[in-house]
Write a protein that binds this ligand. Structure first.
Ligand code: PHE
Length: 466
């Protein structure tokens, strides 16, 4: 087939690139918050069980589709089965929708890293800093465009000199930073007049299961939160793992790589919890932990660094650099899903595909930024959130399109081509498929049902449980 298609130089290069995609803002700003909210260790246990079953099934399927077809997400489904091309189109629209707003958020992170380097927490920790930054008419745009340009530059350099080379440098640094900050977080203690709070007490909130007083409906909410988080965290259903899978050599052991990617992603999420929860608890108490997403990252955490005093500046720099690297290795994977699709579908060179997508993304980056000033409006989403343009794009891609892509993939593989197609691909080099029966049951029955529940939840169908 495609003789000059690039490939990762070895399985470590692939694992680091795929883990780079999986480890992102979701691990750092969403996982710790969900764990604290959803009964600590209980959430962790449910998450781990789902990772080994549900997450494993979906990740294996996409990577194997990529390697088998050696095609981009846009063209892979049609190659697998005639008549399924439409699914490829959908799987390519998802990263195209995510790309612009991911760059805008990446720009916010970059802004904070720069701010901490120049001024420390002096301004960043003040009330209103975040809001006045994102509602500014030029500054978020400039940072977002810089982030987009850096992402384009890496993708333009190609699979080996771009994606792989950068992941090999950034991922080890990221791990060192996450472990270092997590250990430091555990040593914290602070007395704000109401008594001393320590990092280890904070760790308990994160790690020890709290089940007393829980109803069955609470358990369902925890399970759905864990499932949604896992789905997003493994970068599934946006074509990324198909694109990356298409660059894996036939002789590489897929099963081993898949396990390593999952371990990597889960370990960073857990470490992020150890890093964030104790620090926020020590300096802001239990009520400080209710913030999630942007509020946690851009408002609460800078205040935590301020409470630390002098060392807070250094830690703040390290923290935002770490988040920046995590976001960058994710954004390059999103762009690669798009660029590889343009190359396979239209015969574009890598350079041309990158430039075309740069301009498409640019238009939407501008729109997303304007959504916080000139085009500001508020919309209520079916899941109860109040949204601006960024949230609407996030909602459509994550809550509507991604489950549709994933459910369709399960139907295609489970019922049309048959799961053997994936199993044969994974075991091609003689590797053993450890969880074979589990995989078959999951892809045919359990995963589609779980995904359907997740899909219905986005429309507020289960709001009576709350
Ligand atoms: N998986 C990434 C995370 O956990 C998120 C992501 C979203 C990555 C979209 C790529 C594309 O944060």
């Amino acid at each position: 087939m495609n003789q000059d298609r690039h490939s990762f130089s070895n399985s470590i290069g692939f694992v680091l690139a795929a883990a780079g995609s999986a480890v992102g803002l979701g691990n750092i700003w969403r996982f710790p918050y969900l764990a604290a909210k959803d009964g600590g260790g209980l959430f962790l246990v449910i998450y781990l069980i789902l990772a080994l079953t549900f997450g494993f099934t979906l990740l294996t399927t996409e990577i194997a589709i990529g390697r088998k077809t050696r095609q981009s997400p846009l063209t892979a489904y049609g190659t697998l089965r005639k008549g399924w091309r439409k699914l490829g189109i959908l799987a390519c629209i998802v990263p195209m929708m995510i790309m612009p707003y991911y760059c805008v958020i990446g720009g916010w992170v970059l802004r904070y890293a720069v701010e901490f380097i120049i001024h420390g927490w002096t301004n960043a920790a003040t009330d209103g800093f975040f809001t006045s930054f994102i509602t500014d008419s030029t500054s978020p745009l400039i940072y977002g465009i810089i982030f987009l340009l850096v992402t384009c530059f890496i993708i333009y350099r190609g699979v080996n000199k771009g994606i792989e080379a950068f992941s090999r440098i950034l991922m080890p640094i990221l791990i060192v930073l996450v472990v270092g900050i997590a250990v430091f977080s555990l040593t914290l203690r602070h007395d704000d007049g109401t008594g001393v709070r320590t990092g280890l007490q904070g760790l308990k909130i994160f790690a020890i299961p709290r089940i007393s007083g829980m109803k069955i409906s609470d358990l369902l909410i925890v399970t759905m939160d864990a499932m949604g988080q896992l789905f997003y965290s493994l970068s599934i259903a946006m074509g990324i793992m198909i694109a990356y899978g298409s660059y894996v050599k036939d002789e590489d052991n897929l099963m081993r790589s898949i396990n390593q990617i999952e371990i990597f992603d889960t370990a960073v999420a857990v470490l992020a919890g150890v890093m964030v929860i104790p620090a926020v608890y020590v300096f802001m108490g239990e009520e400080g932990m209710s913030a999630s997403g942007p509020g946690l990252m851009f408002i609460s955490i800078p205040k935590v660094f301020m409470s630390m005093g002098g060392i807070g500046r250094i830690l703040g720099i390290l923290f935002f650099l770490m988040v920046l690297f995590a976001a960058l290795t994710s954004s390059i994977s999103i762009l690669e899903a798009i660029v590889s699709s343009f190359m396979d579908e239209f015969g574009f060179t890598r350079k041309r595909a990158t430039i075309v997508e740069f301009f498409i993304a640019l238009v939407f980056v501008v729109l997303v930024c304007l959504g916080y000033n000139k085009l500001y409006f508020e919309v209520n989403l079916p899941n109860g959130a109040v949204a601006q343009i960024l949230d609407i794009m996030d909602y459509i891609s994550n809550n509507v399109l991604m489950p549709v892509v994933s459910i369709s993939t399960c139907v295609l593989v489970g019922w049309i081509t048959g799961p053997e197609m994936i199993i044969d691909e994974v075991t091609k080099g003689g590797a053993r498929f450890g969880r074979r029966s589990l995989y078959i049951v999951m892809i045919r029955y359990v995963a589609p049902v779980l995904l359907l529940i997740l899909f219905l939840q986005s429309f507020g169908v289960f709001s009576f449980l709350k």
